[in-house]
Design a binder for this molecule. Structure first.
Ligand SMILES: Nc1ncnc2c1ncn2[C@@H]1O[C@H](COP(=O)(O)OP(=O)(O)OP(=O)(O)O)[C@@H](O)[C@H]1O
Ligand SMILES: [Mg+2]
Length: 117
């Protein structure tokens, strides 16, 4: 990896990684008395491939649901393109990720459940 700047960096295999697109800041998510995610922070840059790994019950699915906007954390913030992303309903989270959703576009099982209002 070449030197990282605010604008990004170039990977060892020559891919250009851009500026930060999404920041997860101090995310805590609870289901009643169960703390699924505790004070987790990281960012995602344009073109970057990130993985979330951990044992069963570590909170991977919960974090993906926060990234998509399906869950809203009790603590912390999701910053998208420099702006705090508000709490929103699933149909809004889909529109946020894709400004012009098409009801006829091909879609995975996971996103099919988001297409109807
Ligand atoms: N809807 C829910 N209601 C209550 N507790 C939940 C809910 N979803 C997840 N949890 C709890 O939150 C914690 C994190 O669960 P999560 O499903 O995010 O983990 P995971 O890393 O995706 O696990 P797995 O590897 O089994 O898919 C676990 O203790 C789980 O039991
Ligand atoms: Mg899971």
């Amino acid at each position: 990896m070449n030197a990282m700047t605010q604008d990004g960096y170039v990977t060892a295999d020559g891919r250009q990684i851009g500026p930060v697109v999404m920041e997860l800041r101090n995310i805590t998510l609870r289901f009643g008395g169960v703390t699924a995610i505790k004070d987790i922070s990281f960012d995602i840059r344009q073109g970057e491939i990130r993985a979330i790994i951990g044992p069963n019950g570590a909170g991977k699915s919960s974090m993906l649901n926060i990234i998509s906007g399906f869950y809203n954390p009790q603590e912390g913030q999701v910053i998208f393109k420099g702006q705090p992303r508000p709490a929103m309903k699933p149909i809004r989270s889909r529109a946020w990720a894709s400004p012009a959703p098409s009801r006829t576009s091909r879609c995975s099982t996971a996103c099919r459940s988001w297409t109807t209002s």
